[in-house]
Structures are given as C-alpha cells and as structure tokens.
Design a protein around this ligand. Structure first.
Ligand SMILES: Nc1nc2c(c(=O)[nH]1)N[C@H]1C(S)=C(S)[C@@H](COP(=O)(O)OP(=O)(O)OC[C@H]3O[C@@H](n4cnc5c(N)ncnc54)[C@H](O)[C@@H]3O)O[C@H]1N2
Ligand code: MOO
Length: 662
C-alpha cells in the first residue's frame, strides 16, 4: 500500500527500537510512538471530562446525558387518589361487614370525578362516590370497589357493603411514586423515552444536560467531491466526512460539517481557524503523510503532540493542541481514518459528552488464513466471523487501509503485535467486536462472489434469514467448505483436463448444488477494430500476439484466470502482470483505457458499456458441506434457489439456471 521504508527493510542487526526510530526519521514524521504513548499524551493534554451543563426543554432531552442530579419538582401522584371506581369511606365503618351483616353508609352529595376538588368531608357513617384517579376527600381513609357494594335508593341514597376494607385500601398516596425533592435521575444517565416520562411526571420542563461537544469535520484533498455528484477522472466521493460525522453523533457529539478543502495551506489554515472558533474538537482527514499535497499537519505549528504512531492502520495520525483545543488529523485512507478516530478521538468525545467509555466485548476465534504483518507496527486486522463446528473462524477482510468497507462490514478486529511478522492459519485470535454485538448469520457463504448470488440472498432476506457472503475466491471457498467453516462455497472452477466445471473438485463430505450459468467473454471498448465482430478465441490469440494490445488479467485462483490461462497456453501478453481481483476492476480498466482487453462476465461488460465476445458458458455452482446440509437456513436457501422468483431474478441479470451442476 505504501512504499515507505519499513523498519523491517533496515539492517536486521539493529535493535528493533533503533530500527523503528530510523524508519521514523526517514519518513519525516515527528517521532513514531506506540499507540499507548499516543493515548497518554492525549490524556495529558486534555481533560477527559464532561463539558458544562446546559438546560434543554423536556422534548429536546432525548438522547442527551444528564449533567447533574435532577430532583423532582412535585410529588407523583400529587395528592392521595383512588385506584378504583367506587366509594371513599372510613375503614372503621366497614368492620364486620359480611353478606349476612352488610354495613350501610349514607352517600354524600358529590361525585369525585378526576380533577374534581372534594368539598364534603367524609364523616362516620358516610361515603362519597369516587372515580379512578379521583382526589380522596378529607376524612376518608379507604376506597371500596363499586362491585362490592349495593346501591339503596333513598334520600339520601345509601350503599350496602358486604365486605370490610382495610385502611389505605385502593388509595395511591401523594408522593408514593415520586416524592418531591427526591433524585429522579443521576448525572451520566442517557435520556430515553422512559426517562422523559419520569421527568414529565416529576414536573420538570427544563432538563440539565451535558453540552454536546461540537466536532468540526473537515475533509482535505483535491480529488474529493461530495457523495452523489458526478466523478470527473481521478475523483472520489468524500466518504470520510459522512462516516466521521455520523460517528461523532453516535458518540454524543454534534458534528459541524466544514466540507471539502483543497490541499492548499492558506485556505486550510483559515478553515482551521474558523473550525477552532466554532468547535470544541476539530477532526480533519487526509494529508497527514508525506506527499506534496499533505499540508494538514504543517498548519498546526508547534501544537503537534503526536505525529506518527506505530500502528497499522493509522501510522500517519497526527494529534495537536491548537488554541487549547484538540485537533485530530486522521490519515486519509478510509479504514485508517475511521479506525484511528475510534481509537483516539472517540474516547475524548465521549468523555466530553459525559458518556462512559464504550463497552467493548471480545470473542475468541480461529484465524482462517495465514497473514503476514509488518514488523515494528502493531497491526489491527479487520475480520468477519463465520461459525465452524468447533467454534468461530475469523476471516480477514484483506482489503487494506484504502477500503471503505473493511471497517464498515467487519465484525471486529484483532491485533498482531508489533514484534510479530505475521499470524498463522488456525491460530487463536481475540476479536474485539465493533458495531454492537454481532448476531451470527443464519447462513455462511464463502467463496466466489456473483451479482446473481446477491439476488438470491435478497430473496432469502425477505424471509427473515440473514446470510453472510465472504468473497475469497473459488478455491478459498472450497477449502473453507472442506474444513466445515461454511455452509456453501460458490465456485466456478474449470478443470483444464476434462473441461468440466466444479464436479472434478468435489471432495468427500461435499456435495455440489447446481447454480447458474454465466457467460464469460472478452471485454473491449466498443468500436475497437481489433475485437469488434471477431470470434472470442481468435480475438484472444490475436490480442496476445500484439505487444501494443494491453491485457488486464485476473488474480491467481480465480475461475476467470484459470479460463484465460487455459486459452493463452503459456503465452503472457502485455499487461499480464496487472491482476485485479474482480470482474468490475477488469471492466473499469478497459473502459478507462488503462488496458485494452480482459475477460469478464457478460453482465459486467454490459454495465460498463463494453463490447463482449463470448468465450465460455461458465458454471457457477455451490459446494455444500454435507455436515451442515440439515440446517434450516441451508434448506431455505435451496428452496429459494429453486423458486420461480429467483429464476426470474437471475434471468433478468442474464444468468441461466442450470439443470445440473456439471
Ligand atoms: N511515502 C509514503 N507514503 C505514504 C505513507 C508513508 O509513510 N510514506 N503512509 C501511508 C499510509 S500508512 C497512509 S494511512 C496514507 C495516509 O495518507 P494521507 O493521510 O496523507 O492521506 P491522503 O494522501 O490525503 O489520502 C490517502 C487516500 O485516502 C483517500 N481519501 C482521502 N480523504 C478521503 C475522504 N475524505 N474520503 C474518502 N477517501 C479519502 C485519498 O483519495 C487517497 O486515496 O499514506 C500512505 N502513503
Ligand atoms: O497503514 Mo496506514 O498506517 O494505512 O493507516
């Protein structure tokens, strides 16, 4: 990903600390420190304490953090009240009441509906009709239910009681729920609808809450455009600002969007001044590293307290104290930006917001594949979880710091210590879960990805079943299925000897479920005379022989690569070393002119407006682990796969459902 001198490239005889120091010097970072040291410096520089309180109206208190103890302004209930429809009376008058010896009480001439102030005292031998919620009149100390009385006409009318009432019966006493002056909420409580109801009952209209830390979010980079706007060549959507602003809100802050700034020192410095005026914390992303455009850290003057952390992702992280405020300059790479934001900025923002530290939980898992790691940097690996018979398996997302999805779709991450050069397949790792406790999917699919699979899984989702599909290529999926780490392994593996797809790769314990056919072919820019109107195989042979005709190849292990290598029979055309990992990358390279031809599926060629010459009718099938075939989710998948809806959805995408798998 980066071509900077890594500590491991320095003479091995040097002690590690010296190698890291030298590497840091070569990289012109201030000084590369450990993640722990960076956090210590941050804690020394800023109080990790709640901001002062402010009062907000009750309705605006939702989600806010209570700043100081809140005492009830009134009793709840505010008066003694009846809990039933019946009669307020003196309990002593009911003593001895029974079916055979009913007690007779004269009715007072008032009816205590809700909200009516009593006017008549209940004297011995009398009772007053009262509704549920009515105010208990002076003199009464109990209520009897209307069902346990009989009305006797007369002037005044009377009631006959057939059972006694204990003192206090059916009376809710003033302050029995909330007593005036009592603490109803303590500092640090996050207000939900439940707390809102309690505050309302306690007569509180203005709620003291911690002022939300205002966090200015600035993106820097000449290449950035707001999401959803057309992309000129070389441009990318600004995803960091969106995810960082949302993460600020999730952690109790208020995000102030400052938009996208060019890599221009004067403009950036001016924006930083405005941000410091408006915000408690400033978060910038991009421009922390060494490129010509990386000016962010240079405008921070001598306020820099950390620049360079022995961490991956996140090495170029820069933290400064400017005008007494924390400024985080996060690496531009999305995974690096979000990861360092969560590790360093979130604890401070939460503390300022009065929120407790995030509750993290870990799970133990077995690493699915071997992973190399750079010596000298603690590496955090984003991973997805799958369930095997003997526990959880962690699949590294393998997408790197530049990926937006690595952090967003990972279940969690685990660390490879700075002194390790990698982690082994099968090794136990502790995965720190992110994005809330993750529920494991009902169905785990590991292997080759296809848009047709998305269509089938959408139908499965409509039945309430959650599937996880990890794209690790056909061979990786097959290996996972053999180890019993997934339910299904989609694959399109061509056996060069027999010319058959997938069946020759069957192993004991696996069965093959026929999927669908996808047409693979040569993709080229429309109008390119070297390809238009040709036969696919002839075009491959001609292109391979033309040194000016640039190929975009595919990664080893992919079904497409196996197909292409078979056609090339040992010839390595110009561009052969360019080996991206997806059909889309092949199509983009051809559409944008970085290459002239490649092999991809028809649907993708169509989506990119490319010309297409058919080569092979590829079988995309599913290896099913027998041991997991009885699972309900597997049965549901197989049923959905056979359904008319999925056939129609696949046909609409240009895929033909296969009758058999071979
Ligand atoms: N010669 C060296 N090159 C690099 C080094 C190094 O030490 N020496 N470090 C690498 C590492 S590690 C990282 S991480 C990146 C960090 O680079 P910057 O912080 O300077 O970020 P940029 O160069 O501005 O951008 C990097 C990358 O991220 C994309 N980006 C930037 N902002 C956004 C955004 N708001 N939304 C989405 N994507 C964004 C940008 O387009 C670039 O692709 O440097 C390595 N290089
Ligand atoms: O690896 Mo950088 O350190 O991608 O953040």
């Amino acid at each position: 990903m980066s071509d900077h001198p890594s500590p491991s490239a320095l003479p091995l005889a040097l002690p590690l600390a010296e190698r890291i120091r030298r590497a840091a010097r070569q990289e012109q970072f201030l000084e590369v420190v450990s993640a722990g040291e960076a956090m210590r410096r941050l804690r020394d520089a800023f109080p990790f304490a709640a901001l002062p309180a402010e009062e907000v109206p009750l309705a605006a208190a939702l989600g806010r953090v209570i700043a100081r103890p809140v005492a009830a302004a009134s009793d709840a209930p505010p008066f003694d009240r009846s809990g039933v429809d019946g009669f307020a009376l003196r309990a002593a008058d009911t003593a001895g009441a029974a079916e055979a010896t009913p007690r007779r009480l004269l009715l007072n001439a008032e009816l205590l509906a809700c909200g009516v102030a009593p006017g008549i005292e209940v004297t011995p031998g009398t009772a007053t009709a009262i509704a549920t919620g009515g105010v208990i009149p002076r003199g009464a100390d109990a209520v009897v239910m209307i069902e346990h009385t009989e009305l006797e006409a007369g002037d005044p009318p009377a009631i006959l009681l057939s059972r006694p009432a204990a003192p206090g019966a059916f009376i809710g006493f003033a302050g029995s729920d909330i007593a005036k002056g009592e603490t109803v909420l303590r500092a640090g409580v996050v207000v939900t609808s439940r707390e809102i109801g309690m505050l309302a009952a306690a007569g509180i209209a203005a709620v003291p809450v911690v002022r939300r830390p205002r966090v200015a979010v600035i993106s820097t980079g000449d290449e950035l455009v707001p999401p959803g706007t057309p992309l000129p060549p070389g441009a990318i959507p600004d995803s960091n600002a969106a995810i960082l602003a949302a993460a600020v809100t999730e952690n109790g802050g208020e995000a102030l969007p400052f938009g996208i700034l060019r890599d221009e020192e004067a403009a950036l410095a001016a924006a930083l001044r405005r941000a410091l005026d408006a915000a408690d914390v400033v978060v910038m992303s991009g421009g922390t590293s060494k490129g010509a455009g990386d000016v962010s850290h240079r405008i921070l003057g001598d306020g820099v307290i950390v620049h360079g952390v022995a961490l991956k992702p996140g090495k170029p992280l820069c933290i400064a104290a400017v005008a007494g405020r924390p400024v985080f300059v996060l690496p531009g790479f999305p995974t690096s930006a979000v990861f360092t934001f969560h590790q360093f900025a979130v604890p401070l923002i939460r503390a300022m917001a009065g929120l407790p530290a995030r509750e993290d939980s870990d799970v133990e898992a077995k690493l699915a594949v071997r992973l190399p790691s750079e010596l000298g940097r603690e590496e955090y690996v984003m991973a997805s979880l799958a369930e095997a018979a003997d526990g959880l398996v962690a699949w590294p997302l393998g997408k790197g710091s530049g990926s937006v999805t690595a952090f967003s779709s990972a279940d969690g991450f685990f660390a490879i210590p700075a002194l390790d050069q990698g982690a082994e397949a099968g090794q136990a790792v502790r995965l720190r879960l992110i994005g809330g406790a993750s529920r494991l999917p009902d169905l785990t699919i590991i292997g080759s990805h296809c848009v047709g699979l998305d269509a089938v899984l959408d139908l499965l989702a409509a039945e309430g079943l959650r599937a996880r599909s990890l794209a690790v290529g056909s061979l990786g999926g097959l290996a996972a299925a053999r180890r019993g780490e997934c339910d299904l392994a989609p694959a399109h593996l061509l056996d060069a000897k027999t010319g058959a797809y997938n069946t020759p790769f069957l192993a004991p314990g696996l069965r093959l479920v026929p999927g669908w056919r996808r047409l693979q072919g040569v993709v080229f820019r429309p109008g390119d005379g070297r390809f238009a109107g040709q036969d696919g195989r002839a075009a491959v042979a001609a292109a391979a022989a033309d040194p000016r005709c640039l190929l975009v190849n595919r990664n080893a292990g992919s079904g497409t690569r196996i197909l292409l290598d078979g056609l090339l029979a040992g010839v390595k055309p110009a561009g052969y070393a360019n080996q991206p990992k997806s059909h889309n990358a092949v199509a983009a390279a051809v559409a944008q002119g970085r290459a002239d031809w490649g092999v991809a599926i028809e649907g993708v060629a169509r989506a990119y407006g490319l010309g297409f010459l058919p080569l092979a009718d590829e079988h995309y099938d599913f290896f099913l682990a027998e041991a997991r075939a009885d699972r309900a989710a597997v049965a549901a998948f197989l049923r959905v796969l056979e359904s008319a809806e999925s056939r129609a959805a696949l046909a609409a995408l240009g895929f033909a459902r296969a009758a058999t798998g071979a």
